[in-house]
Design a protein around this ligand. Structure first.
Ligand code: NAD
Length: 419
């Protein structure tokens, strides 16, 4: 199942819980706009897309991914997930996503800049602070946002920093944005374990992905008192002896030196696939989609999954997890901290303000906790009482989507037929 089929299946499953008029459903089952192009850099051509899924609740919002496996269907799926993510945390945005099929590590810095600027030129006619607001995603960062913003502002002829989020602080970025996705995820995990009365100190965590999201999740989970015992990147993983917990900062220093987590002293090296059979309490996929399929779900030893990547759990795996009493916190809730602080960045840009870190963090905490309690109440309602992992009627994606889809459908109906 490709990511778009996965996204459509998830939408279809909500039909049993939310009344969605057929015309609205059909509109949700396609992006409103799909922009395609080819970017030419260094004599090579790279396919590029921007999918604008839905803007009923506000301007389109979503990151830009540079990765060789980017495809039209992946970008479309990610844009739908953005629509429901922004609705889950109740921020006034729709959903979009962009991508370029490229291996950025094979480009020189000058070529990477040229590619970023070419992408910005492709989407300039359809983006803007009140229209569609891109941000970083896999293999894109603040520097790339800076090049894109510069190219966009040159084309339109005025400053519009709110057109991109995830910018460097010097260009109007927000304090607290870099770590926001990981921070929000740790807050959600803490809220979940509080509900299930599971103590933090004995909770062991394994993280897949050691980029922006995985690293910050691991580091902030360690700071919150969890035992982060294993981390993986694209080249393999490491697990601490006797599951005592890794020192995440030291693992990052090692990775910066040698380019991978494997080889870190004081830990055992593991092959990528060994992640799923580790005897840990929580696994955190924070890399790419589709990694927890039916087969992985059947052998998973963890009791909880926190979906920090977008779309890491396939619909077939979802069913297996529920049947096995494993709770999977859906991506649109778990990783929504990033877009929430992107929203704060945009608010600051539109008002010409810069908030203190404490303000950003307090607001993020409030948004994540409110979103979590809303989902929890809905889950209890659907379960007809207490949520008991051993006897679940539905997984956690259902209450989350129920809330999100209802909000989007309401906005679409209020707007009438045109959008
Ligand atoms: P990133 O490029 O910073 O990091 C990706 C990491 O995944 C790298 O460490 C890479 O080595 C690792 N990886 C790649 N393939 C792997 C594999 N097969 N096995 C193990 N590790 C692998 O990207 P990111 O920004 O951290 O994004 C990660 C995920 O989180 C994506 O699904 C993204 O859409 C999602 N996400 C990101 C943000 C954000 O704010 N950056 C927000 C919400 C969701």
């Amino acid at each position: 199942m490709n990511p778009w089929e996965q996204a459509l299946k998830q939408l279809e499953q909500v039909k049993a819980y939310v009344e969605i008029p057929e015309t609205i459903y059909r509109r949700l089952a396609e992006p409103q706009n799909l922009i395609k192009g080819e970017l030419e850099v260094g004599g090579k051509k790279y396919p590029a897309w921007r999918s604008q899924h839905n803007d009923a609740r506000g301007p389109y919002k979503g990151g830009i991914r540079f990765h060789p496996k980017v495809s039209e269907d992946e970008v479309k799926a990610l844009s739908m997930w953005m629509t429901f993510k922004c609705a889950t945390v109740d921020i006034p945005y729709g959903g979009a996503k962009g991508g370029v099929a490229v291996e950025p590590r094979q480009l020189s810095k000058a070529e990477l800049e040229a590619l970023s600027r070419a992408y910005a030129r492709l989407v300039t006619p359809v983006i803007g602070e009140k229209r569609d607001i891109p941000a970083p995603d896999v293999n894109t960062d603040g520097q790339i946002m800076a090049w894109m913003l510069d190219e966009y502002e040159k084309a339109v002829g005025y400053k519009a920093p709110g057109t991109f989020t995830g910018k460097p602080i010097a260009l109007g970025g927000s304090l607290g944005r870099e770590e926001a996705t990981g921070q929000g995820g740790v807050q959600i995990l803490k809220a979940l374990l509080t509900q299930f009365k599971v103590p933090v100190a004995t909770t062991t965590v394994a993280v897949q992905g050691f980029g922006n999201v995985g690293y910050w999740f691991a580091r902030l989970a360690e700071a919150a008192g969890f035992k982060v015992v294993a981390v993986f990147d694209s080249k393999g993983g490491i697990v601490s002896e006797d599951l005592t917990g890794l020192e995440i900062e030291a693992v990052m220093t090692h990775k910066q030196k040698v380019g991978k987590v494997v080889g870190y002293k004081g830990a055992k090296d593991l092959a990528s696939e060994e992640l799923w059979s580790l005897p840990v309490t929580v696994v955190v996929p924070a890399a790419l989609e589709g990694v927890i399929d039916k087969e992985v779900a059947e052998k998973l030893q963890a009791k909880y999954v926190v979906e920090m990547a977008n779309g890491p759990v396939t619909p077939a795996a979802d069913t297996v997890l529920k049947e096995r009493g494993i709770v999977s916190v859906p991506d649109v809730l778990a990783n929504a901290g990033g877009v929430t602080v992107s929203y704060f960045e945009w608010v600051q840009n539109l008002q010409g303000q810069a908030w203190d870190l404490e303000v950003v963090q307090a607001q993020l905490k409030r948004h994540m906790e409110e979103a979590f309690s809303g989902v929890w109440r809905e889950w209890e309602r659907l379960e007809g009482g207490q949520v008991n992992p051993a006897t679940l009627k539905v997984g956690m994606r259902v209450p989350t989507y129920t809330i999100a889809v209802k909000r989007v459908v309401e906005a679409m109906m209020l707007r009438g037929n045109s959008r």
